[in-house]
Design a protein around this ligand. Structure first.
Ligand SMILES: Cc1cc2nc3c(=O)[nH]c(=O)nc-3n(C[C@H](O)[C@H](O)[C@H](O)COP(=O)(O)OP(=O)(O)OC[C@H]3O[C@@H](n4cnc5c(N)ncnc54)[C@H](O)[C@@H]3O)c2cc1C
Length: 379
């Protein structure tokens, strides 16, 4: 029932508007409210905070169904699957009550701001500062590549609360976008995800009340590292959904398009390519389903999440590339969903931690005894 409801939502509220939203560079706020009214946002949040207390597998279903149709505009997953859990796990009771119900209703749109112009992979190097001024922090700095950046009403922002000291202390602050000194930059001109309002954010002497600290001061880095496993799984889910959609669309296209008096699907090359894609998809789907169960049980390790993100996004890229080839020239034309899928999927190997960083994390697990030995012998 949920799958059908999501498919109807995509059919009636999204598909026909994609072109216009891509031209505009963003989706309308009403789409967020519609998703909220249908109960599709923050589904796994407790009922008292506006959610439906569902299992994470329902969030996973939503991600996969959107990906199957190549829907890229609204950053629903970042809002529901990343920001909401930050608030639920580390927020004060007042913060949860103030923000989560509005988030679930789609009336408050959120973003998470870690990356800066000079650092993305190396998050310890962030330069945005929050200086303690008694009852508030004074925030100065800049963030970039922020998903939902233009529409956001509330951001989780990584800052340094003790800049210049040995400890430095990465902390997380909840910053309202209507705060004085908070500015949104123009939309970034991306090669894909054209309806996604990705932009830079600027903080110029922004006063942030101490009550807006998320978790303890100095705990930001630990929180981000812990929560990145979930973020990486959402990217992997998007990859398997996207691969499934690409294969479905290619099966349909190659069954009707003809060359040399036969359907393209009649050539053994077409059959073999799609057989390879389907096999890769199945193998990944099984592993990602297992990771989804592990996440629901709070047992998903950083290594497994990194493997899922790395491997599923590489698979997705290969599948979409092979599928596009089978569309011939039409595969290169934006009106065909496979072209959008090709452009949209590329970033998945970059964001939520690049695939090189995923390999570092996996290797760190594999070589942990050796690394420990090297560290102790150095000391
Ligand atoms: C469309 C889009 C949306 C995004 N949304 C958000 C968002 O909502 N919030 C947010 O905070 N960020 C967001 N990001 C930022 C994204 O997470 C970063 O781009 C990503 O983490 C990489 O950081 P970087 O761009 O600074 O690359 P860099 O860190 O400069 O890396 C450049 C290259 O060097 C490689 N590299 C770096 N370190 C190592 C190493 N130790 N070993 C081997 N290779 C290495 C990288 O793998 C990469 O290939 C988004 C990015 C995009 C493009």
């Amino acid at each position: 029932m949920m799958r059908k409801m999501i498919q109807d939502f995509i059919k009636h509220d999204i598909i026909d508007y994609m072109d216009a939203w891509e031209q505009k560079g963003m989706v309308p706020r009403d789409l967020w409210k519609r998703a909220g009214a249908l109960g599709l946002l923050c589904m796994d949040m407790p009922v008292i905070y506006g959610g439906s207390a569902l299992d994470f597998s329902f969030n996973a279903l939503f991600i996969e169904e959107l990906a199957k149709e190549g829907i890229s505009g609204p950053g629903f997953s970042l809002h529901s699957d990343i920001v909401a859990p930050y608030l639920l796990k580390y927020g004060s009771e007042a913060q949860k009550q103030q923000y989560l119900p509005l988030m679930a209703a789609g009336e408050l749109i959120t973003a998470i701001c870690m990356t800066e112009p000079d650092c993305g992979s190396d998050l310890r190097a962030i330069k945005t500062t929050a200086v303690d001024k008694g009852d508030h922090y004074l925030v100065n700095g800049q963030k970039t590549f922020i998903t939902n950046g233009h529409l956001c009403d509330l951001c989780v922002v990584a800052v340094k609360t003790h800049p210049g000291t040995e400890r430095e202390g990465v902390s997380l602050l909840l910053i309202n976008s209507d705060s004085e000194g908070f500015e949104k930059g123009p939309l970034l001109n991306k090669i894909g995800l054209k309806a996604q309002d990705t932009c830079e954010l600027f903080f110029d002497h922004v006063k942030v009340p101490k009550d807006n600290l998320l978790g303890e001061e100095g705990s930001g880095f630990k929180i981000m590292m812990r929560e990145l496993a979930r973020e990486r799984l959402t990217v992997a889910l998007n990859a398997v959904g996207g691969a499934e959609g690409a294969i479905e669309k290619t099966l349909a296209y190659t069954s009707t398009r003809t060359a040399f008096k036969q359907p393209i699907a009649g050539f053994q090359n077409t059959q073999f390519k799609l057989a390879e894609c389907a096999a890769q998809l199945q193998v990944h789907q099984t592993f990602i389903d297992r990771c989804t169960r592990l996440l629901s049980d709070n047992k998903l390790s950083a290594e497994s999440a990194s493997m899922a993100k790395y491997s599923a996004t590489e698979m997705h890229s290969k599948v979409v590339d092979e599928c596009l080839q089978l569309f011939g020239g039409y595969g290169y034309i934006w009106d065909y969903p496979i072209a959008r899928m090709y452009a949209n999927n590329r970033v998945a190997r970059i964001y939520a931690g690049t695939n090189e960083i995923m390999k570092l994390l996996i290797a760190r697990g594999l070589f942990k005894d050796l690394f420990l030995h090297m560290k102790t012998s150095k000391n």
